[in-house]
Write a protein that binds this ligand. Structure first.
Ligand code: ZN
Length: 310
């Protein structure tokens, strides 16, 4: 592996929590964001500006934004599906970057955001333009890039075409999302390379769900194929209300363990991520999917401290 460092994007406050039935208080959401920052996170998807009836957990988007710590070194991202969402996000005055979502198939696009697939590309371009007019940056994610819960296989050419069209609007990056966790490393290697070539010099970000256990393998392969940024969620929570059977995001602590042990710097503290996992499990009142959160990091011999001191 030639990469010495990789950027991580923390999605637990949005993707991690959006599908949880149990309401999480604004205070706990802000505590999660503060803990992520303390652990080293510098790009955080803090909320989404969507219809509160469809996604009740995100109904407090404006209040969460009002409580965000004032940090010049952290990029706060708000996810939006249309111009109205973009306007709400911009109006908070606290969002640094808008995240648009385009969906690879018509059926999923209609269920997720009431648009056709082409309509979601057009909406993404509008959102990027609105962000730029307001002095914010913007990026776009192509959801269901590796397979659709309703239409099955998604042609690579379709995703590449969408990426190229969205790139013309001036985003800072294009992300490929395996929204329902059906991807495999061979598919990831192929699609990441093709999209990277199509949108060059824009960076490519990836977003994997570990629904079928391929999440970490996909992360590793995506980095080898040239992805610059990895989405992950502390504790491995996550899911999509409109994608049947979708499970958690790849867990931040699992990704960080793998990359740091492989000599790739993530800028994150594994120790603090594991502590946050323990705290979040208490808040959610359940055990979280992350594996390193339970097992801990690489073992340190008990007498190591004494040896170094001596
Ligand atoms: Zn997701």
């Amino acid at each position: 592996m030639y990469t010495k460092s990789i950027e991580m994007l923390e999605v637990s406050p949005r993707d991690g929590l959006q599908n949880e039935k149990q309401p999480v208080s604004i205070e706990d959401k802000l505590r999660l964001i503060e803990r992520a920052i303390d652990a080293g996170a510098r790009r955080i998807e803090v909320t989404s500006f969507v219809n509160p009836k469809a996604v009740p957990q995100m109904a407090d988007a404006a209040d969460v934004c009002a409580g965000l710590p004032h940090r010049d070194d952290v990029t706060y991202i708000g996810l939006v599906m249309n111009a109205r969402g973009a306007e709400r996000a911009i109006a908070t005055g606290r969002i640094d970057q808008l995240g648009a979502v385009a969906v690879s198939t018509d059926t999923f696009a209609m269920r997720n955001q009431g648009q056709t697939s082409d309509g979601s590309v057009e909406a993404s371009r509008t959102i990027i333009a609105l962000a730029n007019e307001a002095g914010l940056s913007a990026q776009a994610t192509i959801a269901a890039s590796f397979g659709c819960p309703f239409e099955g296989e998604v042609a690579e050419e379709r995703v590449v075409h969408m990426a190229r069209e969205i790139a013309k609007a001036g985003p800072v990056e294009i992300a490929l999302a395996d929204t329902i966790g059906v991807g495999n490393p061979a598919h990831v290697a192929s699609l990441v390379a093709k999209v990277k070539e199509a949108v060059d010099p824009l960076p490519v970000r990836v977003h994997f769900h570990n629904t079928r256990g391929t999440g970490l393998a996909n992360v590793w392969t995506a980095i080898e194929a040239g992805a610059s940024t990895i989405d992950a969620s502390i504790g491995g929570l996550g899911g999509c209300p409109f994608a049947p059977g979708a499970a958690g995001n790849v867990a931040t602590e699992d990704v960080v363990y793998m990359l740091e042990r492989a000599g790739i710097d993530t800028g994150l503290s594994l120790e603090e991520l594991i502590e946050t996992n323990t705290w979040l499990a208490q808040v959610m009142d359940k055990s979280l999917p992350a594996m390193v959160g339970k097992a801990g990091g690489f073992p340190v011999p008990a007498d190591e401290t004494e040896r170094t001191v001596a």
